[in-house]
Design a protein around this ligand. Structure first.
Ligand code: CA
Length: 228
């Protein structure tokens, strides 16, 4: 299930968005000011962020800028008012991916959300070859090499590594990893994530006890650091 974070301070708009997106099957979280939104977006990985421009505590520009500076590449759909023509462009320059002008129809917004999610997902699936450190990972052929030498990863380890690579420098919670890799399967729990991360570390870390690529974040989950 795709996770969407809405950062919007107007109750009426927020509740409308929450209802519409939940009805479409998205997992929705929300924040009512910029600071709370920024914190949530840094703590947990989302597939999309809907970000209002005029927000208390920290405005949408700042939230967007600080997320990108933190290396968080989650697609951002900006909500702007009609009078903010100039701001629109600025919003995109700051790293927003698209914008919708208020007032918008639910149908228009849903179309943008779907298009944005589709675009980012197809981008990810086309970049099949990924490099980090001495590693080269080919996600199309399911081949992994270290310093040119092939080594074995299971299909699940490939999926896990791909998830980390898709969210560089982001802390992924165990719940998020479970949901993305195992989906609806009910016999897995947080321990399962730890077990498989430990196995993956044995294969890619020089010192699995002191990992430099897949770093543990106490009480939350794991973070992939793509050291060059
Ligand atoms: Ca607002």
């Amino acid at each position: 299930m795709e996770k969407i974070l809405i950062i919007e301070d107007e109750d009426r708009i927020l509740m409308g968005l929450e209802d519409d997106l939940r009805f479409e099957g998205y997992d929705v979280a929300s924040a009512k000011d910029g600071l709370q939104g920024l914190t949530m977006a840094k703590e947990k990985a989302y597939d999309l962020i809907i970000l209002d421009l005029m927000l208390p505590k920290l405005n949408g520009f700042e939230v967007c800028k600080q997320l990108r500076q933190a290396g968080i590449a989650t697609p951002i759909l900006m909500l702007t008012a009609k009078s903010q023509e100039v701001d629109k462009v600025l919003g995109l320059e700051l790293g927003a991916d698209d914008y919708v002008t208020k007032p918008f129809s639910p149908r228009e917004l849903l179309a943008r959300v779907k298009a944005l999610l589709r675009r980012t997902q197809s981008n990810l699936s086309t970049s099949a070859l990924f490099h980090f450190g001495d590693f080269e990972i080919d996600f199309k052929k399911y081949e992994a090499r270290k310093s040119g030498r092939q080594f074995h990863l299971t299909a699940l380890e490939f999926d896990l590594l791909r998830l980390f690579i898709q969210h560089p420098n982001e802390v992924l919670s165990r719940d998020f990893i479970l949901d993305k890799i195992w989906g609806e399967e009910v016999y897995v729990n947080n321990r399962t994530v730890d077990t498989h991360v430990a196995q993956l570390r044995k294969k890619i870390e020089d010192d699995p006890a002191n990992p430099k690529y897949i770093v543990g974040v106490r009480g939350v989950g794991y973070k992939f650091v793509p050291t060059i």
